[in-house]
Design a protein around this ligand. Structure first.
Ligand SMILES: Cc1ncc(COP(=O)(O)O)c(C=O)c1O
Length: 394
């Protein structure tokens, strides 16, 4: 077989999907598995959004559309950004993508060259490192420390900036730790980026999923995404639209023009009926989000309290998203060993912290987008299993 490209050999996947495959293999053998590995809300897409998508299909809105997105949706994003971030971008800055992930992929391709350095959170969403590696750029992970509630520390960023740094990637609220950065920290990181003329990609897919009742602050307010900030948000999480594939970017106008050509070359456009559903998501009823977050608050409190009762495990209270990042150092196992032990002995699927970077060693991610019953069952099972393990070791 002819040789594959360097990029094909460098790009990598996501461990959450590997754990899911292992859990499904156990289920095929008739075993019941409690799922805490996959990051998607345990609800259906709200009905009014589904109806809008179905209506669009019946109205034959099933053809190619402009690559940058439907004007109706781009205008809705302008209003949305004004309402949620407090500045009104030009519609020419708005780019619609099939999910937020292509926004990460294409914005990274648009700004980094081989040899450039890319600063990103560790532990962090695997796509950042994977695309960096694919391009042949140098990954510069910034460890997120539990002592700092897993927030990215601007001083740690500053220490890693060199004259090759091209972009700093921020993700707040964060996957996998549930941390939320403060306005002051974001301002400081923006100042660093401005001083050194660096891009900032801000992945805000969980922006509406916070536990203090207010939206997570956005770094994009500092330049209104006109110069260096690339604001990425989407519909997958807060509108429960993971399978619809819909996201948006707000970027400097010159970049939007280049992104149009990436989109033309890669996907032509985002599915049109999905975009109509997106217009309804942004402009229709928003009350279900508060209801969803109330339920997530109960689940968060329950899982964190439960995990803190498991011998060898501690867990901080996440401030956003729906992930508990539990410290498992007291078990004496590595993240990988602990995740496998829990899957094989307790039939609970989790993701080892190392799936998100080296600084994730010593942690496990529990996605608590599941029912309170399942959380209670999982916590009971873990308490018994780790207590037994402790007893047999004594
Ligand atoms: C931090 C982060 N960014 C992006 C995504 C992907 O979003 P989408 O499904 O809209 O592509 C996820 C999904 O888990 C995520 O956690």
């Amino acid at each position: 077989m002819p040789r594959l490209s360097l990029g094909a050999n460098r790009i990598y996947g996501e461990a959450a999907f590997e754990v899911l495959a292992k859990a499904q293999a156990l289920e095929k053998q008739g075993k019941t598995v409690l799922h805490f590995e996959i990051g998607e809300p345990d609800m259906e897409t709200p009905n009014h959004i589904v109806e809008a998508g179905v209506r669009a299909i019946h109205e034959n809105k099933t053809h190619y559309e402009p690559s940058l997105g439907l004007m109706e949706l781009r205008n809705a994003v302008v209003d949305e950004v004004e309402a949620t971030r407090g500045f009104r971008p030009q519609v020419d800055q708005v780019v619609i993508t099939p999910g937020l992930k292509p926004g990460i992929f294409f914005s990274m391709l648009a700004v980094i060259d081989p040899g450039d350095e890319v600063i990103f959170p560790d532990p962090g969403y695997p796509t950042y490192g994977s695309v960096t590696a694919m391009v042949g750029a140098r990954p510069v992970p910034v460890p997120l420390l539990e002592e700092n509630q897993f927030r990215m520390n601007p001083d740690d960023v500053r220490k890693r900036v060199t004259d090759r740094t091209k972009v700093i990637i921020i993700n707040s609220p964060q996957n996998p730790t549930g941390s939320v950065m403060t306005e002051e920290e974001l301002k400081e990181i923006h100042d660093i980026a401005k001083d050194q003329d660096i891009y900032v990609i801000s992945d805000e897919v969980y922006s509406k999923m916070t536990y203090n009742g207010s939206l997570a602050p956005s770094i994009s307010v500092h330049d209104r995404a006109k110069e260096r900030c690339i604001l990425l948000d989407g519909f997958s999480k807060c509108y429960v639209m993971t399978g619809w594939r819909l996201g948006y970017m707000v970027v400097p106008v010159v970049m939007a023009e280049r992104l149009r050509d990436y989109l033309v070359s890669a996907v032509s456009c985002t599915a049109s009926f999905t975009q109509w559903a997106g217009v309804e998501a942004l402009t229709g009823d928003q009350t279900f989000i508060a209801g969803m977050m109330d339920r997530f608050t109960q689940k968060r409190d329950r899982i964190a309290a439960g995990l803190n009762q498991v011998p060898g495990i501690t867990c901080q209270l996440p401030q956003g998203a729906f992930y508990a990042f539990a410290n498992i150092r007291g078990t004496g196992m590595t993240s990988q060993e602990c995740s496998e032990f829990i899957l094989n002995e307790c039939r609970i699927a989790t993701v080892p912290g190392t799936a998100f970077g080296q600084a994730g060693e010593g942690y496990l991610r529990f996605s608590y987008a599941t029912s309170l019953d399942i959380i209670d069952q999982a916590v009971d099972t873990l308490q018994t299993a780790f207590q037994n393990r402790l007893n047999t070791r004594c």
